[in-house]
Design a protein around this ligand. Structure first.
Ligand SMILES: CC(C)(COP(=O)(O)OP(=O)(O)OC[C@H]1O[C@@H](n2cnc3c(N)ncnc32)[C@H](O)[C@@H]1OP(=O)(O)O)[C@@H](O)C(=O)NCCC(=O)NCCS
Length: 213
């Protein structure tokens, strides 16, 4: 087995893997849907807009993984079942000038909503941020109208830290934004070994296992 970072996690049903540039069309189809973008600050996106946003993230990610190092930005495609049907994407992104502080996010395509997958994606990202990236803090935000996203964050142990009034002007309307944070020491014990679901023994509390193994 190569010594590079692990790139894929699966419990046999839900699969997370570092996003490949070839998967951008599936992501673009999802982000072109008005319903998917109803409670986010962007979109619906054209294919060109989605590519312009993701390519500067995915190209360095691919280059790092190709030479066996952990990338700075972590974008994962979520797939489901034996056919590995496209479900969505999720990401852990570093906060500028704050090493060890990261922001998480997720987008699922509409057929997959309300089946607990968003929660599992949130749990995966929380585990990934703390266990594999050694984060001391994770951030997340959502439009105040995004009840599903806010609930996922609560379920993952995030604390609501603020509400920014009229933070965005989205499709002609001002929208408030909720801010969430989760400190490493606040992580619920049951989320420390989420990786075990996906055959990854790394635990958040572990001080012994290599962060890139
Ligand atoms: C928001 C989103 C991630 C939710 O994912 P999901 O897989 O449907 O969420 P889950 O099934 O894990 O549900 C988590 C909780 O949120 C609730 N929920 C989900 N969608 C909801 C909605 N539209 N309105 C109210 N509650 C909702 C669920 O009932 C569940 O509540 P519970 O814990 O009390 O049972 C998904 O709808 C999505 O990707 N939407 C489009 C893009 C987006 O908004 N991304 C997030 C940007 S911040």
């Amino acid at each position: 087995m190569s010594g590079g970072p692990r790139t894929r996690w699966s419990d046999g049903t839900l699969h997370f893997a570092y996003t490949r540039i070839e998967e951008l069309d599936a992501i673009a189809s999802m982000l072109a849907k008005a319903r998917v973008c109803e409670h986010v600050y962007f979109g619906p996106n054209t294919r060109a807009e989605t590519r312009a946003f993701f390519l500067p993230l995915l190209e360095p990610m691919r280059a790092s993984l190709a030479c066996g190092s952990l990338p700075e930005v972590h974008v994962f495609t979520i797939r489901h079942g034996p056919g590995e049907d496209f479900v969505g994407e999720c990401a852990v992104v570093p906060v500028a000038y704050a090493p060890g502080n990261f922001t998480i996010g997720y987008q699922l395509d509409e057929p997959w909503w309300r089946q607990g997958i968003g929660t599992r994606a949130g749990e995966f990202l929380v585990w990934y941020g703390f266990a594999r990236l050694g984060a001391y803090r994770l951030n997340a935000d959502c439009l105040a109208s995004n009840l599903g996203s806010a609930r996922i964050l609560e379920r993952c142990g995030f604390r609501r830290e603020g509400l920014q009034r009229r933070h965005y002007r989205v499709r002609g309307e001002y929208r408030d934004q909720l801010l969430f944070g989760l400190l490493r020491e606040e992580l619920r014990p049951e989320l420390e070994d989420v990786g075990a679901r996906y055959g990854d023994a790394l635990r958040v509390a572990s001080r012994e296992t290599s962060a890139t193994g």
